[in-house]
Design a protein around this ligand. Structure first.
Ligand code: AHR
Length: 654
């Protein structure tokens, strides 16, 4: 977050002072209301847009185990100048039956011969960094060396090491590469040097600088972006990926544990979901599996919210159903997951957690049953899950689904039926125009306070239309989301949690836009929407305070939205105001009932234009700026810039 004394907004304001409108925001400091769930503002993670493989999971080699259906996808044969040889893909006597394919590199020895990997649309490597190479190798004949080379996108050799001494049995060999330059499009070559034949498999390259320096871990800069948000929870692993286009391709958490070599590859449903955005090289290695998700949640202080398949494939695809009398396997998966996360060390699944290095429980309190399901088939499956889970684990709150869109009959039916089933928390999804969010800030004011709680589990303002490839993460969308979030916050007694979706997108391999955080192989770009989420999460407060807005002079000035909370520990009053008008507003913030207030911290998110966004080239165009504002009595005067979101933290005298 930038700290500046003189702000561009100030200059903008001076220029448009004549156009200033006036507003009053009054907060009743002495009338705290509903408690706010400490985990209210969280994140939705799905392996979409190369979010895991090619994203959070820091592996740089694509198709490292040659298990893609096109075994050599991501690899090209390198036979420079005089090199002669042959590459064949085999599956006889592999090093691991879970990873049956490997390559045989047969070189005639005239020059180094072998393969080169392109990474996930280029390997991002940094000068001064250390990169752990590993591969399984077996000598077939000749006792030749393996030359491992890292090349820059322009062909410059960035580093090389030679491995030798292979035997006739599979073994793991390692080396460390130190690139001489930073390159977003590096490639890794493995070449047989000398006449001979080698079998090679599971070729891997990881930065040593992963999150918490864990070998084979997660991309540090991406996890840092999450940690910087202070999310209250992480929902994982999706999204439609939970459901699969058919049940055989559903996400099965048990297949994501243990040694990475044993985690069987699965095609990612976003590989082929959109005809207009095919991504044929998109697969799930599960290097980021359920243990790693739980670990990441713990690292950044977020509650884990796993979502499990409920016996239904994606209803936008096959809608395949597991027959009701065969649902027990799915329910058992849920019971086993609770044991894996929370169970004692000597329980079968608790022991699996311990074996992976985590004796203490992960303290899971939430579990989602199904993703974006709807209809009677869902209700009957949810009911069966809930009956067993509530009996055995009443301590776990269950998240149930209300379909894809709040403006449709399936949604209303879901609420009616799930209310009858005494559901704990209902997951609402909404991808709509910015105007929908602006005009729905009072949506929850009239919800039944005694029924299930709301999880606004997927939402994002769409600058063009849902699923349009033209959607932008611009300031207008971020302001619409901020306005809507003031409504969620004011209704924190019924809205328990909320998360923007989707979370990550690779600038070169995305299927869905907009997304909260964009990355390429070396950079992370935080969108205006990211900053909105971050400002809410870092300025949550513990209890809701009543807010009143003065009657606006003109219709246009009605586009101001506010909420307020109190932080019980510091005593700070936190006020959030969106000025979604084209005019700056001379706003008086009154803190009624406060014994006295001190100078406040005012964080502003805005920009010169509503279409402004952050890009790889200009990552900070729309970023929060912080200034301090003097108190006068119980009032603060704030010139709220046009089209801006403000968070004002006011310390009160106690
Ligand atoms: O967030 C992208 C997709 O939108 C999710 O996978 C799905 O739940 C919703 O339809």
């Amino acid at each position: 977050m930038k700290k500046r004394k003189f702000l561009p907004f100030g200059l903008l304001l001076m220029a448009s002072a004549a156009a200033l409108s006036a507003a009053t925001v009054s907060v009743k400091v002495d009338q705290p209301g509903a408690r706010i769930n400490p985990a209210m503002w969280g994140v939705f993670f799905e392996d979409i847009n190369f979010g895991a493989d090619g994203g959070l999971y820091a592996e740089l080699v694509k198709n490292r185990g040659f298990e893609f259906p096109d075994s050599l996808m991501g690899w090209i044969t390198i036979s420079p100048s005089l090199a002669k040889g042959e590459v064949s893909v085999r599956d006889d006597a592999p090093f691991d039956p879970a990873n049956p394919h490997y390559v045989r590199l047969q070189s005639e020895g005239t020059a180094p011969f072998g393969l080169s990997n392109e990474g996930f649309r280029g390997m991002g490597v940094r000068k001064g960094g250390a990169y752990d190479f590993s591969a399984r190798v077996r000598d077939v004949s000749g006792g030749s060396r393996l030359s491992v080379r890292l090349y820059g996108g322009d062909g410059t050799l960035l580093d090389t090491v030679a491995l030798q001494g292979f035997s006739g049995s599979w073994a793991k060999y390692t080396a460390v590469l130190h690139p001489t330059d930073t390159d977003p499009k590096a490639r890794l070559a493995v070449l047989v040097d000398g006449k001979g034949t080698l079998d090679v498999d599971f070729i891997s390259l990881f930065p040593e600088n992963t999150w918490k320096k864990r070998p084979g871990g997660l991309r540090a800069d991406m996890v840092q972006a999450l940690a910087d948000m202070h999310p209250g929870f992480i929902r994982f692993p999706g999204g439609c990926i939970v459901e699969g286009s058919v049940l055989a391709r559903r996400y099965q958490w048990k297949n994501t544990l243990g040694p990475i070599e044993d985690r069987r590859l699965l095609i990612n449903r976003w590989n082929y979901e959109f005809v207009h955005r095919p991504t044929p090289d998109y697969f799930q290695s599960f290097g980021l599996g359920f243990f790693e998700y739980f670990q990441m949640c713990e690292d950044i202080g977020a509650q884990p919210l796993p979502i499990l398949n409920c016996g239904m494939a994606c209803q936008f695809n096959s809608g395949e159903l597991c027959p009701m009398d065969q649902l027990d396997t799915y329910i058992q998966d849920a019971l086993d997951l609770i044991e894996f996360a929370n169970g004692p060390q000597d329980s079968p699944w608790g022991a699996r957690r311990v074996a992976m290095g985590h004796p203490a429980p992960f303290n899971m309190k939430l579990l989602g049953i199904g993703n974006e399901q709807w209809g009677v088939q869902y209700f009957e499956r949810y009911e069966k899950f809930a009956k067993v889970l509530k009996e055995k684990h009443p301590e776990i709150a269950l998240v149930s689904a209300a379909g894809p869109d709040p403006a449709d009959p399936r949604f209303r039916l879901a609420w009616t039926r799930l209310r009858e089933l005494h559901a704990d928390i209902i997951d609402e999804h909404c991808y709509a125009a910015p105007e929908w969010f602006f005009s729905n800030t009072h949506r929850y004011d009239h919800y039944d306070r005694n029924g299930p709680k709301v999880f606004m589990g997927e939402y994002a303002a769409q600058s063009v239309a849902a699923v349009s490839t033209k959607n932008r993460n611009n300031l207008e969308c971020a302001l619409a989301e901020a306005a809507y979030m003031t409504g969620l916050e004011r209704n924190a007694d019924v809205v328990l949690m909320a998360s923007y979706a989707p979370l990550f997108a690779n600038t070169e391999a995305w299927q869905w836009t907009p997304d909260l955080i964009w990355v390429n192989s070396l950079q992370v770009v935080r969108t205006p929407s990211y900053y909105v989420q971050q400002l809410f999460a870092r300025n949550r407060g513990d209890r809701v305070l009543p807010v009143a807005m003065g009657e606006p002079a003109a219709d246009e000035e009605k586009r101001m939205y506010a909420s307020a909370t109190i932080d019980d520990t510091s005593g700070d009053i936190i006020v959030k105001v969106v000025n979604a008008t084209a005019k700056a507003s001379a706003t008086t913030l009154e803190l009624e009932g406060a014994a006295g207030i001190k100078d406040a911290t005012w964080t502003i998110l805005g920009s010169a234009g509503l279409n402004d966004e952050n890009t790889v080239e200009s990552p900070d165009r729309v970023a929060p700026e912080v200034r301090s504002v003097s108190a006068a009595g119980r009032k603060l005067s704030l010139d709220l810039p046009a089209d801006s979101f403000s968070v004002i933290r006011v310390p009160v005298a106690r």
